[in-house]
Ligand binder design. Structure first.
Ligand code: FES
Length: 362
């Protein structure tokens, strides 16, 4: 016979008598395992200051709606900043003002909503402990049968399975429906140019001098090979960058890191032996993962580090990926020197710079 016992949580469990050595117990009685750790229950409820003092409750309410009004002001401020500080091509100061004020407005809007909502929840909303019991996820059998019946009736009445032509043409229409939206993406590239070509080519071409990048759209002096000492790193742009219509767009693709290593440390395949000059190598600064600037150089290991997701590239070995999510090496810019000793490009990059895109062959 089965007997009743109290489990550690205080619930009654049915335990078969065999477990206590009673050979005459009913067969098939379920065994309920007792919890090893006792349920500690809920701690005593502590009232908040806003529950105890109506003045503090009022003050919390004022704080919450002030934050929400502040958020509205931030959103309107961002819109006004967008209107009053328009981006003018080439005017970096204007771009900075635009970005800063739009950013401040949006930050204020989001932050104030977030803080206000949290404060509302913590200080004003009803404060009590409740236990949400878990229930089995699937519905019970009658509900499932009823749902299946609804589908069957809908299928019968709509003729979805029977009228195959209507059904298939609907599926076709739904598949075709998003295509115009995708087509609109073409508008992101200038009308008169092939976007794939734009991504594949940079401003570098045979004979373009390598010049220092002074930040923004500013181009510094051309670099002589003699100025590049072992271990040094230069941020480099094409000498004629200022002639571009969209200077910053072109710079984003053409920016290069120039480094000089001890020639004995360079592992260069035969076909790339003439891409460097006296241990001076130039690699795209645009990370092949998602395009952040690869800006950190570890001099003694010759590793370049991308700060976004920590991809590392080995400059001594064709900038191959040695760590991180990037999947291909940084593209190398073939360089040499001109008759005056200035470093020049031998050609454009031989493969597209930056992250992958589907028309890219390499
Ligand atoms: S963009 Fe460089 S690692 Fe992700």
């Amino acid at each position: 016979m089965a007997e009743e016992a109290k489990n550690s949580g205080g619930e009654t469990a049915v335990v078969p008598a065999q477990s206590h050595g009673n050979a005459g117990a009913a067969v098939g009685t379920a065994i309920i395992a007792h919890d090893v750790v006792q349920n500690p229950g809920l701690p005593p409820h502590r009232k908040r200051v806003t529950d105890l003092d109506p003045k503090l409750d009022k003050r919390a309410e004022r704080t919450v709606y002030t934050l929400f009004y502040l958020s509205i002001a931030g959103s309107l401020g961002a819109v006004l900043a967008y209107m009053f500080f328009p981006i003018e091509t080439g005017d970096l100061w204007q771009i900075r003002l635009h970005t800063m004020f739009v950013g401040i407005g949006m930050t204020l809007a989001l932050l104030a909503i977030g803080i206000g909502a949290v404060h509302w929840g913590k200080a004003l909303m009803a404060d009590h402990e409740s236990i949400d019991e878990r229930h089995p996820v699937p519905s019970d059998e009658p509900v499932r049968e009823a749902a299946a019946e609804v589908f069957e009736v809908a299928d019968k009445e709509s003729g979805f399975s029977r009228r195959t032509l209507v059904r298939n043409s609907l599926i076709g229409a739904l598949v075709a429906f998003p295509i115009p939206g995708i087509t609109l993406l073409r508008g992101l590239a200038p009308q008169d140019q092939d976007p794939v070509t734009l991504l594949k080519h940079t401003m570098w071409e045979k004979g373009t001098r390598l010049s220092r990048d002074l930040g923004g759209a500013e181009v510094g002096a051309a670099i002589r090979a003699a100025d590049v000492t072992i271990g040094s790193v230069f941020h480099v742009v094409p000498e004629n960058l200022g002639d571009a219509t969209h200077v910053l767009d072109e710079k984003a693709k053409a920016i290069v890191l120039l480094m000089r290593l001890d020639q004995a440390d360079l592992k260069e395949p035969e076909e790339r032996k003439d891409w460097s000059y006296n241990g001076i190598v130039a690699y795209s600064k645009v990370c092949t993962h998602v395009g952040c600037p690869v800006a950190l150089n570890e001099q003694h290991t010759h590793h370049l580090l991308c700060p976004c997701h920590q991809s590392q590239f080995d400059v001594s070995d064709q900038a191959k990926v040695v760590f991180g999510p990037a999947k291909r090496p940084l593209p190398q810019l073939p360089i040499t020197v001109d008759s005056e000793g200035y470093l020049i490009a031998k050609s454009d990059f031989e493969e597209p710079v930056g992250p992958s895109f589907w028309e890219r062959l390499k």
